[in-house]
Design a protein around this ligand. Structure first.
Ligand code: NAD
Ligand code: IPM
Ligand code: MN
Length: 340
């Protein structure tokens, strides 16, 4: 039996996880093991990720995660546990260095995007974000009057994420860096250039500075195929790219490593401002189930079925509040299940 570890987490997480498990259960028969994670785990055990949850995740076929964090646990005191440490610990602990964030401008949602339809039409891009290195994981220091976060990358870390990006590309990889300022970006640019020349000569490669890339994501998003970038740039650019789809509530992600279980989760957070109202958009979560089926369980037809059910529900007029409508989480779930 296929084993899936489900981590609802905090905020809207527990509101969208049951709906996602329904969608998953409609496609494949799975054993689900649910655990507290993030802030909920801090409240119960004093830590965002227990050894037991990490071990359970490592033994699963895939991990489905909703979101962590919230004002209850927000603190600037480094000695206090934070929900986000659970997420970073899980990614690092499972070796999930490759984060895939597909961004499609669905015709049904063109009018929901704040960007003009003629700009976003045809956009179908993939952000390949390095997930276990860079400034997120470098040494941190803090005194009363100063602080620092080290940003470091090794050749090997850049090579392996570059290979993921080139393998996923249809035509072109746009490598995004800040090589005019950062030493890590200059190493990044050299290594990506070499990997392309030696291993992927048929894929076009361009280098774009991150500030320019942020601008082009809203001015000419449809020109992008694969965007390859480091951890923090990828975090920021993917939230920006979400607005091409109409809402951050639409963007799924897959975090993969060297063959073990992947983590599948929406790009958005725990949305404390709408928690408890039953109005969270569950579609990013459903599309993450799609990625779990595709990359985690290698069930391509089932993955497509989920994606197409989401597309058809939207084409049929489904709109949650973030997309300008008034469908509740339960109504959105029913609309997608009806299409399955
Ligand atoms: P957020 O993504 O939670 O919310 C940003 C805005 O988008 C809010 O207005 C929210 O209501 C809206 N939104 C997000 N998801 C939505 C959905 N599914 N349906 C409808 N609207 C949605 O970002 P934030 O407010 O900056 O962060 C809140 C908390 O979430 C923080 O503690 C942060 O660290 C955490 N966070 C967690 C993850 C994760 O678990 N992967 C990702 C991002 C942020
Ligand atoms: C994301 C989130 C996380 C990140 C936070 C919550 C640690 O923003 O998954 O995009 O920065 O990676
Ligand atoms: Mn983010």
């Amino acid at each position: 039996m296929t084993r899936v570890v489900a981590l609802p987490g905090d905020g809207i997480g527990p509101e969208i996880m049951p709906a996602a498990l329904e969608v998953l259960g409609a496609m494949v028969s799975v054993d689900v093991e649910e655990h507290l994670f993030g802030g909920a785990s801090i409240d119960a055990y004093g830590t965002a990720l227990t050894d037991e949850v990490l071990a359970g995740a490592a033994k699963a076929d895939a991990v489905l995660l909703a979101a962590v964090g919230g004002p209850k646990w927000d603190t600037t005191d480094a000695a206090k546990p934070r929900p986000e440490q659970g997420l970073l610990g899980l990614r690092k602990g499972l070796g999930l260095f490759a984060n895939l964030r597909p961004v499609r401008a669905l015709p049904a949602l063109h009018s929901a995007s704040p960007l003009r339809e003629e700009r976003i039409a045809g956009t179908d891009l993939l952000v390949v974000r390095e997930l276990t290195g860079g400034i997120y994981f470098g040494a941190k220091t803090r005194t009363a009057t100063s602080a620092s976060d080290l940003c470091a990358y090794s050749t090997e870390e850049v090579e392996r994420i570059a290979r993921v990006a080139f393998a996923a590309a249809r035509t072109r990889v746009t490598s995004v860096d800040k090589a005019n300022v950062l030493e890590t970006s200059r190493l990044w640019r050299e290594v990506v250039t070499r990997v392309q020349a030696e291993e992927f000569p048929a894929v076009e490669l361009e280098h774009v500075l991150v500030d320019n890339a942020a601008m082009q994501l809203v001015s000419r998003p449809s020109r992008f195929d694969v965007i390859l970038t480091e951890n923090m740039f990828g975090d920021i650019l993917s939230d920006e790219a979400a607005m091409i789809t109409g809402s951050i509530g639409m963007l799924p992600s897959a975090s993969l490593g060297a063959g073990g279980p992947g983590v599948f989760e929406p790009v958005h957070g725990s949305a404390p401002d709408i928690t408890g109202q039953g109005i969270a958009n569950p579609l990013a979560m459903f599309l993450s189930v799609g990625l779990l089926l595709r990359h985690g369980l290698h069930l391509e037809a089932e993955a497509r079925a989920v994606e197409s059910a989401v597309d058809r529900a939207l084409a049929g007029g489904l709109r949650t509040h973030d997309l300008g409508g008034d469908a509740t989480t339960a109504q959105a779930t029913a609309a997608v299940l009806a299409q399955l």
